[in-house]
Design a protein around this ligand. Sequence first.
Ligand SMILES: Cc1cc2nc3c(=O)[nH]c(=O)nc-3n(C[C@H](O)[C@H](O)[C@H](O)COP(=O)(O)O)c2cc1C
Length: 91
Amino acid sequence: MIFGAPVQAFSLSAIMKAYMDQIKSLNDKKVACFVTKGAPFNWTGGNKAINQMKKIIESQGGTVIGTEIVVWRGKREEQIVELLEKFSGLF
Ligand SMILES: Cc1cc2nc3c(=O)[nH]c(=O)nc-3n(C[C@H](O)[C@H](O)[C@H](O)COP(=O)(O)O)c2cc1C
């Protein structure tokens, strides 16, 4: 199972948070997650958003097996290819 969402306002997008919060159980699920973000700087919410996703997934019994951050205003095509290669080897 893979979750992906944009960073908004230095956090996981509110819609994705609301969606993930209402999932009842991720017991025995291996989960990879990624966020996309506009700015290439560390302090603009990517790590926070990933940590928010991790916390929700783990609180629902899932195991996070991979995470990735894609910078939208960077070399995003290359980062997406790397993400696909990394994530496809996880399951
Ligand atoms: C309302 C809003 C808030 C955003 N806040 C951030 C932010 O705090 N940090 C960041 O790196 N990018 C931010 N972005 C940029 C998005 O993360 C980036 O555009 C997105 O990952 C690409 O998906 P999109 O097609 O929804 O724009 C924001 C975008 C929007 C629309």
